[in-house]
Ligand binder design. Structure first.
Ligand code: CTP
Length: 401
């Protein structure tokens, strides 16, 4: 179940007898490699203990909207943004009615409202409640908003009735969740991504660098690998683990990054330059540590580094080449000009002057610019954004190369 590896699944549990099956679902999700956080309504906690779900998920269980301790750990908005997908299983008739009405009167409904992640519900209720006209109207309203319903199944019910209303079995729910993640989008494609800063040595202990965290490039590498691509990540020095199924090449300087890019870009389908490459490097690198002199000032002469992405874009067999334009003003104009100057197929523009997005933050808001389109994507987590970017990039690629 590769497509669930590292997926961040928020599992909501509402108050129905089927809640006990969600313990097994949690165990299966974890086994499939997903990271699971559980949110329970107070009624759910009457059916199954939070401690069980905490032990199975390996994470604290979230119970209340205004719990100072939980908010200090991971606040509810952070949790909403964290999720790659929200599944509420079991979803009672009451819960579905509240989501259909757009209410946010407890933690779980608030998270459903606050999250951009796909929302899926696994209804579980008595067959008469399921058939009820208002419940059916709610089902239609939820589906019209793109909310997916898994089940319910038909069969014997806990109350003794027989009919439609049973929650799907955990195996079926696991498969339904896995199906939400499109695994084939970049099947057979080779993608090279640069990420992070470069370091330009002054002497053996000093260097010139920048604040790039590498998060956007790493998120893209993860999303591309999840979409089935063979991914090579050329990374400057960062504090991040290599995503699963990604081949990482660690480099230091812009020259190292260029060498690695030229070495790997041959025959790749897509090249994404997410690295914050130093534009200049010291002309001379001292072999010994520079000692403080008597002078009140010192000068380091800098010379220009090669432009990595422009070099790749100029290759005879060039891949679909995508750059980033991190700007502080006149963002779109600079980005358009940069795309043309570097001969890129696409440029991803972002405004790094806005607090909370761009450099070193977990979120980003970008505009994609190609020769024909300009598409603005709303602010979201870098992981979510990476998935959206992959979806926008995939249609540009030829089916065979
Ligand atoms: N880039 C690169 N090699 C460089 C400089 C930049 O590959 N030596 C890539 C970046 O990875 C990014 C894009 O070019 O995808 C734009 O980077 P940016 O620093 O915004 O562009 P510069 O050309 O350096 O322009 P400026 O700093 O003047 O805005």
């Amino acid at each position: 179940m590769l497509r669930l590896t590292n997926r961040q699944i928020l599992l909501g549990i509402t108050g129905g007898i089927a809640a006990y099956k969600s313990a097994e679902l949690t165990r299966m999700l974890k086994k499939a490699g997903a990271d699971v956080r559980v949110v329970m309504t107070p009624a759910a906690a009457e059916f199954i203990t939070p401690l069980t779900l905490q032990a199975l998920s390996g994470n604290p269980v979230h119970l209340q909207l205004l719990d100072p301790e939980a908010e200090a750990g991971m606040g509810h908005i952070e949790l909403a943004r964290w999720a790659d997908l929200i599944l509420v299983a079991p979803a009672t008739a009451d819960f579905m009615a509240r989501v259909a009405a757009g209410m946010g009167n407890d933690l779980l409904t608030t998270l459903c409202l606050a999250s951009d992640a796909p929302l899926c519900l696994a209804p579980a209720m008595n067959q008469a409640m399921w058939r009820d006209q208002q419940t059916q109207l709610n089902v239609q309203a939820l589906q019209a908003r793109g909310i997916q319903l898994f089940g319910p199944a038909s069969g014997e019910q806990a109350c003794g009735d027989t009919g439609i209303g049973r929650m799907l079995e955990p195996e079926a729910l696991l498969q339904a969740i896995a199906n939400q993640f499109d695994y084939d989008l970049l099947n057979g494609k080779r993608i090279v991504i640069t990420a992070g800063p470069t370091r330009e040595a002054i002497d053996p202990v000093r260097f010139i660098s920048n604040h790039s965290s590498g998060k956007m490039g790493y998120a893209l590498a993860e999303a591309a690998a999840d979409a089935g691509a063979e991914v090579i990540l050329i990374s400057g020095p960062v504090n991040l683990h290599a995503p699963a199924h990604v081949k990482r090449i660690m480099v230091e300087s812009a020259q190292d990054m260029l060498d690695a890019a030229l070495h790997t870009a041959d025959n790749c389908d897509v090249f994404i330059g997410a690295a914050a490459v130093a534009d200049y490097r010291p002309e001379f690198v001292s072999t010994n540590k520079l000692k403080k002199g008597k002078e009140e000032s010192m000068e380091i002469r800098l010379i220009k580094n090669a432009d990595i992405i422009a070099t790749i874009a100029a290759l005879p067999n060039k891949p679909f080449t995508i750059g980033f334009a991190a700007e502080t003003n006149d963002v779109l104009n600079y980005a358009r000009e940069k795309r043309l100057r570097k001969q890129l197929d696409m440029i991803i523009a972002n405004d790094v002057s806005i607090a909370g997005i761009g450099f070193n933050s977990d979120e980003n808001q970008v505009t994609l610019i190609t020769s024909t389109d300009e598409i603005s994507l709303p602010q979201t987590s870098k992981r979510q954004l990476a998935r959206q970017l992959i979806e926008h990039i995939a249609p540009h690629l030829p089916t065979t190369r």
